[in-house]
Design a protein around this ligand. Structure first.
Ligand SMILES: [Zn+2]
Length: 317
């Protein structure tokens, strides 16, 4: 895993963003351009700090708090040099990059493929939700399902694999709606990838609250609670039969002020079960989880729904 200090997400700093959950600007130069030489030097410093063979590093994840395929964030020359280096580095078999869908183009993917060679290339795309209302109106993501589907077609043509990020419980979404939306989004991702003739993976990201975000303001005023671990487990149980799914981290930079949680007493058992699921992809690892807080979770699902149905301003999808 390698994080570039780079300009960061152009969308977050432009007119449309940032997304309501996003603290990416805090992990970037906030739009100040970084030269290709500088970016390559950052990367080479990290490469030199590892013995890839001894440590048996088979996957390298490249993060730049934005879109690796956007020329205004990562110059094409830097992309070419970094991917070319990884293409020749044993025992690396797989490289993950991240991008908004609009930068997944014939030109950018073709160049990436030529530089990396035949190694596996995964492209993380923050779809977040298949529902337009949630993705666009509530998260402010600023792209359409058609944009995402077009990117799948480009990835298919270049033999790359999408890793779709699915956000569990964005701002203004109730616990129950969040569960349903994440399961439906997994269903959508796998179906569209099948149509495009490529494999697919989902990274389920239970929301955590980072400072200086719309989410942080809502959390501070008591209007938002991150998802229950019960909900995370519920989504994985229902979505795992639909296709590969992995549960994302509960930590990032800057450090979150609130993360997915149950009652506090059972949280470590749940996190251990989630780790076991991530390692094995076996949903039996999520069986036998019990705690008396399940009643509170279940009543929240019902209660919030009934409140919602009584309040017309919260209805509609
Ligand atoms: Zn509990």
């Amino acid at each position: 895993m390698f994080g570039f200090l780079a300009p960061g997400c152009a969308y977050a700093q432009g007119g449309g963003g940032p997304c309501t959950n996003c603290a990416f600007p805090l992990a970037s130069t906030r739009g100040v351009m970084v030269t290709a030489d500088d970016l390559v030097a950052q990367f080479e410093t990290e490469v030199a700090a590892h013995d890839f063979v001894l440590e048996d590093i088979r996957e390298v994840d490249l993060y730049n708090s934005g879109s690796f395929l956007n020329n205004d964030e990562i110059p094409p020359e830097a992309r070419r040099r970094v991917l070319d280096r990884l293409g020749g580095l044993d025992p690396v078999e797989c490289v993950l990059i991240e991008s908004r869908p609009e930068y997944v183009t014939e030109a950018s993917l073709g160049a990436a493929r030529r530089a990396l060679g035949p190694k596996r290339l995964e492209v993380g795309i923050g779809l977040e939700s298949a529902a337009d209302r949630i993705r666009d109106k509530l998260i402010h993501k600023g792209f359409t399902r058609a944009d995402f589907e077009n990117s799948l077609a480009v990835l298919a043509r270049h033999g790359a694999v999408p890793l779709a990020y699915v956000l569990l419980k964005p701002l203004e979404v109730t616990e129950r709606e969040a569960i349903e939306d994440s399961v439906e989004t997994c269903r959508y991702v796998h179906a569209k990838a099948r149509e495009a003739g490529i494999e697919s993976k989902v990274a389920l990201q239970p929301v955590f609250v980072q400072p200086e975000t719309a989410l942080a303001h809502a959390h501070a005023s008591g209007r938002y609670r991150p998802p229950w671990l019960w909900s995370v487990v519920e989504v994985v149980r229902r979505a795992a039969p639909l296709g590969p799914i992995h549960v994302g981290t509960k930590d990032d930079f800057p450090p979150p002020v609130a993360v997915r949680a149950n009652c506090g007493r059972c949280d470590s058992a749940f996190e251990a079960a989630i780790d076991a699921f991530n390692a094995s992809a076996d949903i039996r690892t999520l069986e036998n989880l019990c705690c008396e807080c399940k009643v509170r979770w279940a009543s929240e699902l019902v209660q919030r729904d009934s409140q919602r149905s009584l309040n017309p301003s919260h209805v509609g999808r």
